[in-house]
Design a protein around this ligand. Structure first.
Ligand code: C5P
Length: 307
């Protein structure tokens, strides 16, 4: 959904907004939401202020640890806009699904999680399934005149985003599960650091345009919706990583793609092709294959991952 909306926002006619500012605005929306959630968790203003002070100001090293994913997510989100501007929707979405494999790679190397051969097989099956599903719904967009695309730039941006997504996701999972700081508080730390990083990107990339046309040039209701959608997506990612893990997130998003396509059959008369059905079956098989493992082995895996 975010991917398609991003692509639409970069290809529609009319004044073009600056994507670097949209990335910062999504961080601002997340920060405000998480501050409200931390306040609700704490119950009153005094406790709220104390927790913020204790976590952010009094533990500078811990806050600095969060610098890594916050910088990486800002770069990743900017790269996703580059990719959505330069690749058609299907190629962009398909390429970005390779993050499932980069995530598994970093889960094994950083979290020392061990995967069975069947689980690796399931991941590969998942990627093939998602690729088939995405390609089955290719919609060619007619670009308004004046919008140029550079396929290789878009492709390299999407590939780099896959690596950043995998690494940042696993790194964030490690710090989230390695302490008892709440997920909302972690996200406050993340956004507090991301906002200055994001603003630097804006001014390094687009300072002359911002000075001439303003920070919010080209914003309308759709861009506000896109910003809120991206912020909401980020918060859901944080919750999934907290209560499950990054690899399961890959399976969940793939299933969500299929469910939304099946819903489109009823809502928008979407036609289910053979390719789509095959892709969907592969995704469903991969989910069973991935979770099929002896109970004791699964326990071992989780205890070693928590260490
Ligand atoms: O595609 P992927 O799952 O890597 O997307 C991660 C997205 O979630 C990024 O846009 C990132 O900004 C956001 N995120 C977040 N808070 C977290 C983790 C990720 O907002 N704790």
């Amino acid at each position: 959904m975010v991917g398609l909306s991003m692509r639409y926002s970069r290809t529609r006619a009319g004044d073009m907004f600056l994507s670097s500012t949209a990335v910062v605005m999504a961080e601002v929306v997340k920060l405000i939401t998480c501050l409200i959630l931390v306040y609700v968790e704490e119950g009153n203003f005094e406790k709220f202020y104390k927790t913020l002070h204790m976590t952010i100001v009094k533990q500078p090293i811990d806050t600095l640890k969060v610098c890594v994913p916050s910088l990486l997510y800002i770069i990743q989100n900017n790269l996703l806009y580059v990719s959505a501007s330069n690749l058609d929707a299907a190629t962009y979405q398909v390429t970005y699904q390779l993050k499932i494999l980069t995530t598994a790679f970093f889960a094994v190397t950083i979290l020392r999680r061990s995967l069975h051969t069947t689980q690796w097989g399931a991941l590969v099956l998942l990627v093939i399934g998602v690729v088939l599903v995405q390609l089955a719904q290719t919609v060619k967009t007619q670009l308004p005149s004046g919008i140029e695309q550079n396929h290789w730039l878009g492709f390299s941006a999407a590939l780099s985003a896959c690596f950043l997504s995998g690494f940042a996701g696993i790194y964030f999972e490690k710090i989230l599960k390695g302490s008892d700081i709440s997920v909302w508080m972690r996200n406050v730390q993340l956004s507090v650091l991301s906002i200055p990083f994001g603003l630097s990107t804006c001014f390094l990339q687009d300072s002359s345009i911002i000075r001439k046309q303003g920070f919010f040039f080209g914003y309308d209701l759709f861009i506000c919706y896109l910003v809120v959608l991206q912020a909401g997506g980020g918060l859901i990612v944080a919750m999934v990583v907290k209560y499950a893990d990054n690899i399961l997130k890959g399976f969940a998003t793939s299933l969500a793609i299929i469910i939304s396509c099946i819903a489109s059959v009823y809502l928008f008369d979407f036609h289910l092709s053979f390719q789509f059905t095959l892709g969907a079956l592969l995704v469903i098989c991969s989910i069973f294959l991935y979770s099929h493992q002896p109970k004791t082995a699964s326990l071992d895996k989780h205890t070693s991952a928590e260490k």
